[in-house]
Design a binder for this molecule. Structure first.
Ligand SMILES: *Cc1c(COP(=O)(O)O)cnc(C)c1O
Length: 403
């Protein structure tokens, strides 16, 4: 196992990581996660545990809760969900009845997430799901259409938030639509949490009924989830998480979440978040100049969606070719997709991880040109080999851990 971890360390060090949902954590986050906090059962909540010896775990969980409340301006926080999917599950469990209630969410092929009601996820099996998409001309959310659908469907919950949407989301508009049909509104900010925390993207906390998120994407913490809500929902959310859906919390992860939240509260983090967006916009300009079609024409956040359908190559082929060049991206469906999710017509590119390594606009221009060169002819192995050499040469000069 040590050899495998060493190999993975070298892969991360020598490559360019552009998967929009990934990031690189600090040594402090890593240290908390790898600590003896993993040794303890702490079922329950601070002050109300089902095990003895939890005094320091109470302190750790309170610290994590206080910090995340400060970071987003929330009344109540639950930091126990093991993942983003489980944060969503807890909100659904707290307000919807299985087999009875309806929900609305963004379709997976147009940017939504599996846990928002895909038929292969628990969410699609337990609830009646109606999905909205983007306007196919502007490739951005059409709030009027969402409102019209909500009036027709009368859902119990309207979910907003996405995994592959490059534009700003108007959370206030979603809450107003939900209010109009007597539904709850849940904003899943898994991807953009770091941007919301830093004030680069509007923060839905206090605007919508429930906010869910992961901690490991732009927020740059350990893998995990959390939920924010008003005081009136605190008890039902806490019950839905434990004992409703999980057993003992992962206390080493909660310790690492507390460290991540402290890092995100620092002024340097705001700079980091600003740089993520600047980097994405810089790369988008280079890709656009190279003749690649960007979904919605560009980006407001950390990610870019490339539509390859006019290039005669699939997302899968592009992902594999860039992978051979040491550039890690993922294939992604695009609005109006006509291929399977295993093949796709698009590529999703994100800048959180490269920005954590300290790369700025000039490196983004270089990376953008590498991507354009590889995609120009994905069968040209000599170009791919040449780019691979340049990738390793550049990437290995940047630290793997942010300050
Ligand atoms: C990544 C993501 C999640 C789920 O996160 P996991 O921790 O993988 O369960 C949920 N919602 C959205 C919008 C996401 O992008």
């Amino acid at each position: 196992m040590a050899r495998i971890i060493e190999s993975e360390t070298l892969r991360q060090l020598n490559g360019v990581e552009l998967i929009a949902s990934e990031n690189l954590v600090s040594r402090a986050v890593l240290e908390a996660m790898g600590s003896i906090m993993t040794n303890k059962y702490a079922e329950g909540y601070p002050g109300k545990r089902y095990y003895g010896g939890c005094e320091f775990h109470d302190q750790a969980e309170n610290l994590a809760r206080d910090r995340v409340k400060e970071l987003f301006g929330a009344e109540h926080a639950n930091v126990q969900p093991h993942s983003g999917t489980q944060a969503n599950m807890a909100v659904y469990f707290s307000v919807m009845q299985c087999g009875v209630d309806r929900m609305m969410s963004m379709s997976l092929t147009q940017g939504g997430h599996l846990s928002h009601g895909s038929p292969v996820s628990f969410s699609g099996k337990m609830y009646e799901v109606h999905q909205y998409g983007v306007d196919l001309t502007s490739e951005t959310l059409d709030y009027g259409a969402v409102e019209e659908q909500a009036r027709r469907v009368k859902p119990k919950v309207i979910v907003c938030g996405a995994s592959a949407y490059p534009r700003e989301i108007d959370f206030k508009a979603f809450q107003e639509i939900a209010d109009g049909v007597d539904a709850y509104c849940m904003a899943d900010i898994a991807h953009i949490a770091g941007l919301c925390a830093a004030g680069i993207h509007p923060n839905p906390t206090g605007v919508v009924d429930f906010v869910t998120s992961t901690t490991h994407k732009t927020l740059r913490g350990p893998r995990g989830g959390f939920i924010l809500c008003g005081e009136e929902y605190a008890q039902s959310i806490d019950k839905a998480v434990f004992p409703g859906m999980q057993g003992g919390p992962l206390m080493h992860t909660i310790a690492a979440k507390a460290v991540c939240f402290a890092e995100a509260l620092r002024p340097t983090y705001r700079e980091y978040a600003r740089q993520i967006v600047l980097n994405a916009q810089t790369m988008a300009t280079v890709l656009d100049d190279a003749g690649l079609r960007l979904v919605s024409g560009g980006t407001d956040n950390h990610l870019i969606l490339i539509d390859l359908s006019n290039r005669g190559i699939t997302g899968l082929e592009a992902e594999e070719a860039l992978g051979r060049a040491g550039i890690t991206v993922n294939k992604n469906t695009i609005p109006n997709e006509n291929r399977s999710p295993f093949v796709t017509s698009g590529l999703r590119i994100g800048t959180p991880a490269v920005t954590s390594r300290g790369m700025k606009e000039s490196e983004m221009r270089t990376i953008g040109r590498w991507i354009a060169r590889v995609l120009e002819d994905i069968t040209n192995e000599s170009v791919i080999r040449q780019v691979a050499g340049e990738v390793t040469e550049m990437a290995s000069r940047y630290p793997l851990h942010p300050e």
